[in-house]
Design a binder for this molecule. Structure first.
Ligand code: GLN
Length: 302
């Protein structure tokens, strides 16, 4: 961490007003190893919103409930090579992957009943399932940051446009507003760097949370997450990331990055200043350093 600490380049995510107010200097690193032990440094008590690191988790929930074929029929697994908030669909009008907003909003929508009018109680219940699942992955109960949720829900025109575009293509089978609400809420669940490390370790261990011993997703689902995180998790920065860090990962505009060394460990980093892709500047650098110094690149042939 010491070598990256001085880098104050990048900007916090100002497009969500409440995120513009976070302390830009926060910095934390955590590693969760095979036996569940967590090693953490820096601002380890700082809680931040999970944002797009929620995307692989809701994708896991949908894969577990609907199966691979039904999920693949609606959402692709190809890297888009475009920004996270592009309206990126393939020739079948499927969002290109579940890690960009278009794919993630559609993923969340698939947990809701396939009717155009969904009552608020149903959205609450489905969100309860999401909280339950993310918490099982982290090994402790996660909570919603109400003000970030409200902030994004009232200003998120871009995501609203994406969702209505998907609806106009006829691929969003439920209430557009309910799907958006669910998506905004999942993005506003708060985590610490240690939580991200624990979630990463759960995926690394084929779906078994090493802290609780609970199987929270199947091996097949964990393998699918690792694959999609490798190719799409860092958006249009994915190629550079895989080349230099070599770990499946997911970033969020809250400043978090979760990286996974399959079969070994989970890494959580927090630093809210972002690069042009929306990835944490010091988070990327810290992972690069860790990977080089500890030889974590998944294609390490040395
Ligand atoms: N909630 C954010 C959005 O939809 C998540 C984006 C991100 O973390 N990259 O814009």
């Amino acid at each position: 961490m010491a070598t990256c600490a001085g880098d104050t380049s990048g900007e916090v995510a100002g497009y969500i007003p409440e995120l513009a107010a976070v302390d830009p200097d926060g910095y934390a690193l955590a590693l969760c190893v095979h036996d569940g032990h967590v090693y953490a440094q820096g601002d380890t008590d700082t809680a931040f919103t999970i944002q797009s690191i929620s995307k692989p988790l809701t994708y896991a929930l949908v894969l577990s409930r609907l199966g691979t074929a039904a999920t693949d029929a609606k959402i692709g697994v190809e890297p888009s090579g475009e920004a996270f908030n592009e309206v990126s669909v393939d020739e079948r009008r499927r969002p290109r992957n579940p890690m960009i907003n278009a794919g993630a909003i559609l993923t969340a929508s698939m947990l809701l009943p396939p009717v155009k009018s969904v009552d608020p109680g149903t959205v609450d219940r489905v969100f309860g399932d999401i909280v339950e699942f993310y918490s099982a992955c982290a090994g402790r109960r996660l909570a919603l940051d109400e003000s970030v949720y409200r902030s994004e829900a009232t200003t998120g025109s871009r995501n609203r446009a994406i969702a209505y575009m998907l609806d106009s293509f006829g691929v969003l089978d439920t209430s557009v507003e309910a799907a958006l609400d669910l998506y905004y809420r999942q993005c506003s669940l708060t985590v610490t760097a240690a939580d991200l490390a624990a979630i990463g370790a759960t995926i690394a261990d084929g779906g078994v949370n090493p802290r609780t011993g609970r199987q929270v997703m199947s091996h097949e689902v964990a393998q699918r997450l690792l694959s999609v995180m490798t190719t799409c998790g860092m958006y249009d920065g994915a190629g550079d990331w895989v080349t230099s860090v070599g770990l499946p990962a997911k970033s969020g505009v809250g400043g978090g990055i979760m990286a996974v060394l399959p079969g070994q460990l989970g890494i959580g980093v927090y630093s809210p200043r972002l690069d042009q892709h929306g990835n944490s500047v010091r988070g990327v650098q810290t992972c690069r350093e860790l990977s080089t110094n500890l030889g974590l690149h998944m294609f390490n042939v040395a």
